[in-house]
Design a protein around this ligand. Structure first.
Ligand code: SIN
Length: 486
């Protein structure tokens, strides 16, 4: 029985999905799934380990060659069906997401649509896995490049986007002809399991889409160590990404790593301030500030600093924080106590070093709920300038000229997303080209779309997701040389 108000209770699953079957852990142990708004236990899912993971890898291996031989049209049709089922069940998927992740129901619906957009995109891209022909140096030869699936793929996905980070990895894998094993965050497995139920209804062959649940260590060790797994895609912290990269070294796996960010959000004094305010509110407070592309350092030119700060405070005060299921809620809780502690540590450190609270600040103990906060007079020495806060705190920095803004923005080992606002065309090009980040937004606070490559440079990772580039991550190029054709 589902404790959640689902129209279709069979989307609430408390078992993992291996080889087309719903199964418990070999150990029979479970982990609890907790609603971050209420601290209620809403499910118990299998606490799987290395042995269960091996079982999933073996099931993927059994289907690998047959699936690789399927036609692009067959895989596209399967993905189209899954896409439609995801949209048909948007309300239930949003309820599961709000219950396990905390974001508002409205935001959860938005994520389901965002997640589905990757399935649609890669259903279409499946038909465009084109090879190449290369003009040969002699008359008797032909040279071609064949595109073939890399083999078994694995995805380790985060809790902040329990659906979109799965579809962004699985849809291109399946479009390319790779079976994929998903290890969702232990905090948010329910959406992943519902996606598995819908994949099964869409007719995915057993072993093509599998979900194993549990804590990361044992599962991660098997996924990275097992030579049958040829590709690993991970979204999460830089520290864990580095660890996984080391663990994949022995079997030389293909890797996509979408890791931490420290996004600068620059507002020049020639910007359209209202546009910049709209952009910063989206970028900073989407998902309660729990995104790796969210504005982490807001750099404002001196001449408009006070005006911008006042407008930002006014908009921030309007944000309605509460249980994601409550009417009118715009921002839910943070995911857990550790997240709240990190936010408080950043605010505390900034205040100790001379920053000022313009609104919000450290609130009295209120579970995982945090008051949206704006800080002024923040400097590069503070913790908040150097680490991802992953919470609803907007630190305002002041700068005097363009070069100083670029230097401040680039003064980080991370390179995921950056944003800037200006109405000056020449400056637009200059700044865009000098920012050392994988994604740059000009006059927008959002860079997340299925049609554009998503990913970072430096400590923010390797590889790209979405777009045409996303499917290449799951394909090998084989050179095929044909001689003696005279
Ligand atoms: C992330 O925070 O990991 C992804 C955010 C996005 O897709 O916009």
């Amino acid at each position: 029985m589902s404790p959640l108000p689902l129209r279709d209770p069979s989307l609430y699953r408390q078992q993992a999905f291996i080889a087309g079957c719903w199964v418990d852990a070999h150990s029979k142990e479970t982990i609890e799934v907790v609603n971050p708004s209420t601290a209620e236990v809403i499910a118990r899912v299998p606490a799987m380990g290395e042995q269960d993971t091996r079982r999933a890898i073996q099931a993927a291996e059994r289907i690998r060659l047959e699936f690789a031989a399927s036609s692009a049209a067959e895989r596209a049709a399967m993905l189209e069906k899954w896409y439609q089922l995801i949209l048909d069940n948007i309300e239930d998927l949003a309820v599961l997401m709000t219950a396990e992740q905390g974001k508002s129901l409205e935001e959860a619906r938005g994520e389901v649509r965002y997640g589905a957009s990757f399935v649609k995109w890669f259903a279409e891209e499946a038909r465009r896995i084109n090879g190449e022909t290369i003009p040969a140096p002699t008359r008797d030869r032909r040279i071609l490049i064949l595109k073939q699936p890399v083999g078994i793929a694995a995805a380790i996905t985060p809790w902040n986007f329990p659906i979109a980070m799965i579809t962004r990895k699985c849809a291109p894998a399946i479009a390319a002809g790779c079976p994929i094993i998903i290890k969702p965050s232990d905090l948010t497995p329910l959406c992943a399991l519902a996606l598995a139920e819908l994949a099964s209804r869409a007719g995915f062959p057993a072993g093509v889409f599998q979900v194993i649940t549990g804590m990361p260590q044992g599962i991660g060790a098997e996924l990275t160590g097992n030579p049958l797994v040829r590709k690993l895609s991970f979204t999460g912290s830089t520290r864990v990404g580095q660890l996984l990269m080391r663990q994949c070294a022995d079997s030389i796996k293909r890797l996509s790593l979408e890791l931490g960010g420290n996004a600068p959000f620059i507002v020049f004094d020639d910007a359209d301030i209202e546009l910049a305010i709209a952009g910063v509110m989206v970028s900073k407070f989407r998902n309660g500030g729990q995104t790796c592309v969210c504005a982490n350092r807001i750099l404002v030119q001196r001449g408009i600093y006070d005006q911008f700060a006042a407008r930002m405070v006014a908009e921030t005060k309007k944000l309605q924080v509460g249980d994601g299921f409550a009417a009118g809620t715009q921002m839910g809780p943070l995911i857990n106590k550790a997240a709240v502690e990190k936010v408080n540590r950043h605010i505390d450190d900034a205040l100790n070093q001379g920053a000022r609270v313009l609104t919000g600040g450290i609130a009295a103990d209120n579970g995982n709920f945090v008051t949206p906060t704006v800080l002024a007079d923040v400097t590069s020495r503070m913790l908040i300038a150097n680490e991802e806060t992953f919470g609803p705190v907007a630190p305002l920095f002041c700068f005097d000229d363009e070069q100083q803004a670029i230097d401040l923005a680039n003064a980080t080992p991370f390179g995921l997303a950056a944003y800037f606002f200006t109405e000056n065309l020449r400056r637009s090009w200059r700044v865009a080209e000098k920012l050392e980040f994988g994604m740059v937004g000009l006059n927008t606070g959002s860079v997340s779309l299925e049609i554009a490559p998503f990913g970072g440079i430096k400590l923010s990772g390797i590889g790209r997701e979405g777009a045409k580039a996303g499917i290449e991550e799951y394909l090998e190029s084989k050179s095929f040389h044909i001689g003696g054709l005279d």
